[in-house]
Design a binder for this molecule. Structure first.
Ligand code: FES
Length: 507
């Protein structure tokens, strides 16, 4: 059966029954307020409730409405930067603690799924790290040796290639006991467990300000305030930029397609390759077929306008590797928060010690978010955690300084947009269902014409630090090229660090 329409939302949003929660309507006093109802926030609320804390979770959107719903949900210890580079950046002890914490996160997810009886398709499997064309086998042997030094002694080199079903693939490292799951079904189970322990969840509640004193006050758009002994910001990018997180985290957009394959034509597996940017692959079962999920083609947020070509290249790559891959059923994009050393930033904000952050989860957000929940819950409970120092938000950049400098220069270059003209000379050139930047300098306008032809105008200056946003015609969003804030077509903020919506445009 041929499907006519490609789904432009992620496969996880197809048919899942997510719980809904009302906005906060009155002031609230709670022990711990967690901002963000994705995997980081809900995992943290779960860990805290387990430790006996009174928790409330707040989100401006629905459950899993952010990038947890756009991930491919590999639950893995296979790092974006690999163990060889992590050893260089963080030393032998750092690499060992990184491996230990990620394997513990996989075990923790498995335990929560079992204890809470969460039906989220969790499965264990091998993960593969493939050699991309043109790369040398040395890349794999170096990574194998570093992985084993980090404690992953079962990592093996398959130098003559890997066979998956009828497909023969290139040389690879095999990482045993990795996993994948359905991320939104997992969140459903976490919500149920949190409520079962007396936790509260509020959606449609946008936090506008974090006033950190002995008691932290969270202000909201609609008026009610939350007072908490401790606050955890699990919002992809922190909404308080107190430590200059935007100088340490470098957002990128990544693209994903889901292709039809016959049921059982490939075994369950997950994989990454050594290309830069890398490809990533997994399988998800559907009713009468399987879906081959392939991602990659990353670029810095707000700094590309060839999204259709990126989706096409992904499909070409997938069919070259996996000849049974048929039509594209799904395509979507998500934002990845990369950090200067490839590890998440987790722990207390030093400016506000009773405010905690979980951010910079890189391309393996399921494990990084789970590690974040374990560290932060321990820290709030006053329990020592062996990984806290490794992931501390204020850690020295060390050998990651070079990336911080080059990313900073990239940001500065984006401000030259203020000296240029817009994308089009007049809003009359904007077709229905599309957007463009119009005008000059600081009066530039982000103009969106909806499907009925009505024009919506907002200031094109990002409410974080004033960069000019760029129209993303694939996702129908305004993306900031400086630190990755994203706004919907009408200028409502989706991802920080921007604290608020795009301002009304001057007439
Ligand atoms: S995200 Fe920093 S200026 Fe837009």
């Amino acid at each position: 059966m041929q499907r006519q329409l490609i789904q432009t939302a992620s496969i996880w949003r197809d048919g899942v029954d997510l719980p809904t929660y009302s906005p906060l309507t009155t002031d609230l006093r709670v022990a711990v307020a967690v901002v963000g109802a994705g995997i980081a926030g809900l995992s943290t609320a779960y860990q805290l409730a387990k430790r006996g804390f009174q928790v409330a979770v707040l989100d401006d959107g629905p459950i899993g409405g952010g990038d947890t719903g756009n991930t491919t949900a590999q639950v893995t210890c296979m790092l974006d930067k690999g163990y060889a580079e992590t050893e260089q950046l963080r030393g032998a002890d750092g690499a060992r603690l990184t491996a230990e914490s990620h394997m513990a996160a996989i075990d923790t997810i498995e335990r929560i799924v079992r204890d809470e009886a969460i039906a989220c398709d969790l499965a264990r499997m091998d993960g593969y790290f493939f050699l991309a064309p043109g790369d040398e086998l040395r890349t794999l042997t170096d990574e194998r040796d570093a992985s084993q030094r980090a404690g992953l002694r079962d990592v093996a080199l398959l130098s003559s290639g890997v066979t998956l079903g009828n497909v023969r693939l290139s040389s690879a490292l095999r990482f045993p006991r990795q996993a994948h799951f359905h991320p939104l079904k997992y969140l459903v189970g976490l919500c149920r467990a949190i409520e079962g322990m007396g936790g509260q969840i509020f959606c449609g509640t946008h936090i506008t300000r974090v006033n950190a004193e002995a008691i932290v006050t969270l202000e909201t758009t609609d008026g009610p305030a939350i007072r908490a002994d401790t606050v955890v910001l699990a919002t992809h990018m922190p909404i308080n930029d107190a430590l200059g997180y935007s100088l340490r985290i470098f957002p990128a957009l990544t693209y994903v397609i889901g292709l039809h394959i016959p049921t059982g034509s490939l075994p369950n597996f997950l994989a990454f390759d050594t290309a830069d940017p890398y490809h990533y692959v997994r399988i998800q079962a559907a009713a009468d077929h399987d879906v081959l999920i392939v991602g990659g083609e990353d670029h810095k947020t707000g700094q590309a306008d060839d999204m259709d070509a990126r989706y096409q290249r992904l499909a070409q790559w997938a069919r070259a590797q996996f000849p049974m891959a048929g039509e594209v059923l799904y395509r979507w994009s998500g934002e990845v928060a990369n950090s200067f050393d490839g590890l998440a930033l987790i722990g207390p904000d030093l400016v506000s010690p009773n405010v905690y952050v979980i951010t910079g989860q890189t391309g393996i957000g399921m494990t990084h978010s789970t590690i974040g929940s374990m560290i932060v819950a321990d820290q709030i409970a006053g329990t020592a955690n062996p990984w806290a120092e490794l992931y501390a938000p204020a850690r020295a950049t060390g050998r990651g300084l070079g990336q911080v400098v080059s990313e900073g220069l990239n940001v500065l270059s984006q401000y030259t947009e203020l000296l240029k003209g817009g994308d089009v000379a007049s809003a009359t050139e904007i077709p229905a269902g599309s957007g463009a930047v119009v005008g000059w300098g600081p009066t530039k306008v982000a103009a969106y014409r909806d499907d009925r032809g009505v024009l919506h105008r907002r200031s094109a200056l990002c409410t974080h630090l004033g960069c000019v946003v760029a129209w993303n015609d694939s996702a129908k969003t305004w993306d900031c090229p400086c630190h990755g804030s994203r706004f919907d077509s009408y200028g409502t903020v989706i991802n920080g660090p921007a604290p608020s919506d795009l301002s009304p445009a001057e007439e």
